[in-house]
Design a protein around this ligand. Structure first.
Ligand SMILES: [Zn+2]
Ligand SMILES: [Zn+2]
Length: 440
C-alpha cells in the first residue's frame, strides 16, 4: 500500500471512530441528565443531610415504584384530559388497559401505598419520607421541574392538626439550612376546602380568560390559569394585582386553620411571605400550600395539605400534609457555592511488586474493618504513578508496601504533608494510622 493510501485509510478510521463517539453522545435524552463523579461530594452530602433530617424529625423510610397507573394520577390532579394529556411520560409497552406513566411525583403514591398496606395500623399519624426520581414532560406552572428530576419528600399521613403543616415546612427548611443554603424565601398560601375552593377557582378562571389578551404569550395559550398565577412577566404580574384573591373566599374553618398555621410559624420564628396566588391550580391541595424559593427565585421545595387524596383514590378520609424538596436544584445551587464535605479523611494504599500486591487485599480489609477509609490505584505498577494518584486525591496519609516490607510483615506510613515516613509492623498499622489521622 503506498503512503497516500495508508494515510487515507488512517483518516477514514479516525472519522469512523469520531462518528461512533458522536453516536454514543447522541443517545442521551433531552431533559434527562447523568450525575457524574465530579459532583459526587455534593450528592453524597445531599443524601446524607436528607437522611439526617428524616432521622432527627422521626420520619420512616418508604419507597414506591417509578411507574404508577395513569388513572391514579388523573384522580390526583383531576381527570380533565386537556390538563393531563401529554403532561406525563407514558410507559411504552403497557397495554391500553394498564395505561402506565412514569410518576410525576413520589409524594402522592405514598398515600396509595398507605391505603394498600393499611399503614395507619403501623403508626397514626404516620411520618414517612422517600427519595427518588420523578418525571414531568410538561409542567403546568413554573414551580415543578420538567424532564427527570429527583425529589426528597416528607409526609405526615392521618392527622389534620396545623402543627403537622408546620412540621413539614420545618423539615424542608431544616434540610436547606443544614446544607447552608442561605437567603431562601418561604411563601405560603391557603387554598380552601371542598366548601370554599370551587367558587374561587371559577372566579380566577373567568378572570384569566377575560385578561388573556393582556398576558404574555405563554400564559395566554396555557391550558389553565396555573401558569399565569406564577408568571414573572411584568404584564402578567400587573394583571395579577387586580385578580380576585383566595383569602376573600375562605370558609370559617379554613380561615381558622390558616390563622393557626401562621401563628405557629411566628411562634417558631420562621419568616414567611404571604402569596395569595401560590399553587392554586392543582386540585389535590387543600388548605395550606407553601413553597421555598432560592434567592434567585428558583423553587427548591413545595408542599401542602392533601386531605382529600385518600378519598379521591378510593380510601377512607386520611387527612395528610407533605412536601417535596427538589434535590437536583439543590445540587445546582451547591455547585456554585461549594460545600465543605464532612467526610472523614482517607488513607491511600500503595503496593509495589506482586508479593506486596497479593498482601494488599488483607491489609485493605483490615483498614476498612476498623473504620479507616482506604483508596488505591493498584492497577498501576510504578511507585511514581501511585504516589501521583495519592497526591491528586489529597490524602493526608499513604501506606507503602514493597516486596521487602511484605516479606517482613511491615508497612511504611508516609505523612503526605511533610513527606516523613516511619516503618511499623502490620499489627501496629491500624493503631498508628488512627493516631496520625487524629493529629490532622
Ligand atoms: Zn374551606
Ligand atoms: Zn405570563
Amino acid at each position: 500500500m503506498d503512503k497516500r493510501k495508508s494515510e487515507k485509510k488512517k483518516d477514514t478510521q479516525k472519522s469512523n471512530s469520531i462518528r461512533q463517539e458522536k453516536n454514543i453522545h447522541d443517545f442521551s435524552v433531552r431533559g434527562f441528565a447523568d450525575i457524574i463523579p465530579k459532583d459526587s461530594d455534593i450528592w453524597r452530602e445531599i443524601i446524607k443531610t436528607g437522611s439526617l433530617v428524616a432521622e432527627l424529625h422521626g420520619f420512616h423510610y418508604m419507597s414506591t415504584p417509578a411507574v404508577e397507573s395513569a388513572a391514579f394520577f388523573e384522580k390526583v390532579f383531576g381527570s380533565d384530559k386537556k390538563l393531563t394529556g401529554g403532561r406525563w411520560y407514558s410507559v411504552f409497552g403497557a397495554t391500553a388497559r394498564e395505561r402506565l406513566v412514569l410518576r410525576p411525583t413520589g409524594l402522592f403514591p405514598m398515600m396509595r401505598s398507605y391505603i394498600n398496606h393499611h399503614l395507619g395500623y403501623f403508626s397514626s399519624p404516620l411520618k414517612a419520607f422517600f427519595y427518588g426520581k420523578s418525571f414531568i414532560r410538561e409542567a403546568t406552572d413554573k414551580l415543578w421541574p420538567e424532564g427527570e428530576f429527583s425529589e426528597w419528600g416528607f409526609a405526615v399521613m392521618g392527622d389534620n392538626d396545623p402543627i403537622y403543616d408546620i412540621e413539614i415546612i420545618k423539615s424542608a427548611a431544616h434540610f436547606l439550612k443544614m446544607l447552608k443554603i442561605k437567603k431562601t424565601v418561604l411563601k405560603i398560601n391557603a387554598t380552601g376546602c371542598r366548601a370554599c375552593a370551587g367558587s374561587y377557582r371559577d372566579k380566577i378562571r373567568t378572570y384569566w380568560t377575560r385578561e388573556k389578551q393582556n398576558l404574555c404569550k405563554k400564559c395566554a395559550v396555557a391550558q389553565d390559569f396555573g401558569r399565569f398565577l406564577s408568571c414573572d412577566e411584568e404584564g402578567c404580574r400587573t394583571r395579577r394585582e387586580s385578580a380576585p384573591t383566595i383569602l376573600d373566599y375562605l370558609c370559617p374553618n379554613c380561615n381558622n386553620h390558616f390563622k393557626a398555621v401562621l401563628e405557629l410559624l411566628e411562634e417558631d420564628g420562621l419568616q414567611y411571605e404571604l402569596d395569595n396566588y401560590l399553587i392554586l391550580q392543582e386540585n389535590v391541595w387543600n388548605r395550606t400550600v407553601f413553597s421555598i424559593f432560592s434567592q434567585s427565585g428558583v423553587c427548591l421545595a413545595l408542599g401542602g395539605r392533601f386531605d382529600y387524596l385518600s378519598e379521591l383514590v378510593g380510601g377512607r378520609s386520611i387527612p395528610s400534609v407533605g412536601c417535596v424538596v427538589f434535590t437536583n436544584r439543590l445540587a445546582e445551587l451547591l455547585k456554585s457555592c461549594p460545600i465543605e464535605t464532612k467526610e472523614k479523611p482517607k488513607v491511600f494504599f500503595i503496593a509495589i511488586g506482586d508479593h506486596a500486591k497479593k498482601a494488599s487485599g488483607r491489609l485493605l480489609a483490615m483498614l476498612r474493618d476498623n473504620g479507616v477509609g482506604a483508596i488505591e490505584a493498584l492497577g498501576k505498577k510504578s511507585l511514581r504513578v501511585q504516589l501521583k494518584a495519592a497526591e491528586r486525591m489529597k490524602v493526608p496519609v499513604s501506606l507503602l508496601l514493597g516486596q521487602k516490607e511484605a516479606f517482613e510483615e511491615m508497612v511504611i506510613i508516609r505523612d503526605m504533608r511533610t513527606g516523613a515516613q516511619e516503618t511499623v509492623t502490620m499489627k501496629k498499622m491500624i493503631e498508628t494510622v488512627k493516631k496520625k489521622m487524629k493529629e490532622i
